[in-house]
Design a protein around this ligand. Sequence first.
Ligand code: FES
Length: 386
Amino acid sequence: MPNTGSSLPELPPTPEVGLPLWLLAELTYRCPLQCPYCSNPLDFAAQGQELSTAQWFKVMAQAREMGAAQIGFSGGEPLVRQDLAELIAEARRLGYYTNLITSGIGLTEARIAAFKQAGLDHIQISFQASDEQVNNLLAGSRKAFAQKLEMARAVKAHGYPMVLNFVTHRHNIDKIDRIIELCIALDADFVELATCQFYGWAHLNRVGLLPTRDQLERAERITNEYRDKLKTEGNPCKLIFVTPDYYEERPKACMNGWGNLFLTITPDGTALPCHGARQLPVQFPNVREHDLRHIWYESFGFNRFRGYQWMPEPCRSCDEKEKDFGGCRCQAFMLTGDASNADPVCAKSPDHGLILKAREQAQSADLAIDQMTFRNERNSRVIARG
Ligand code: FES
């Protein structure tokens, strides 16, 4: 709809609403690990009851009918759900491409075989570091590293491509060569070297996590050297390097636009346009009360930031708004207190100074791993109580 206000710039027409092609099923917030960069909400321990198996079946069927093609089972740790194989089998029966996003804790040879039989297409295992001690310190578990290694090998032995994910930050990014060597030794097919993004617990612990620009540039250079080496050796292992927003001058087109492609269902059935939206002062619907078609097309929460009408300046008159949609609403809210502001990552944002300050802080920050606030029930309850 064109804008008719005389003092405001003409806006492009509101694009047609896309299909919810990607369904993220956050099955549970329970998790045996305590990573201080977890993207789950800070008050996860105070959230409502988990959806039952039958309720998930209904959600998956409705989303599939609306065009959803991929489903990611995540959490918390999705392996905590004893009905996981059942959920996978139903998702496959409905025709989804199925992904399991896991820490590997709680995985066994028997469960891998059961998931295979249920038709699971893809497993991604996350590691905290290449070094056992750092890995276990970050995970808050003494056995995590050995278990992950064993399960990564078992996943591959069952015929899955090995997809490893390392969240990198100031405490492990200088070991990027060791991380890549470990992945090569494990015969990984895809490795995601994802610099921490600052949502949930990572935002709370940002000072202890944000690497310096030098650290980041060095890591990227080493990754590129390994890419060349792997190519020369004919090794098919693919290294994917994800830089953090905080060192960009333009924001990412978060979620490919609000309510446009991604649909997240939280453990208690709240439907969100992204995993971070729960913290926004916006009412989001629940699948226990509404069907997904209503939620996706009609609900206030899913329409709140669609199109361009909601945009204030500088996004409103920016010629890049159709490319980046003003960036990330959750990041704008976390950093400025108003989700409709431009994402401060953008150099055109009047709040970009917050990002510059964080970069500057990273130069001198000195927060040890064990000084960060770990993601666990106790800390979450304290935060939820305010
Ligand atoms: Fe919510 Fe970017 S994570 S809009």
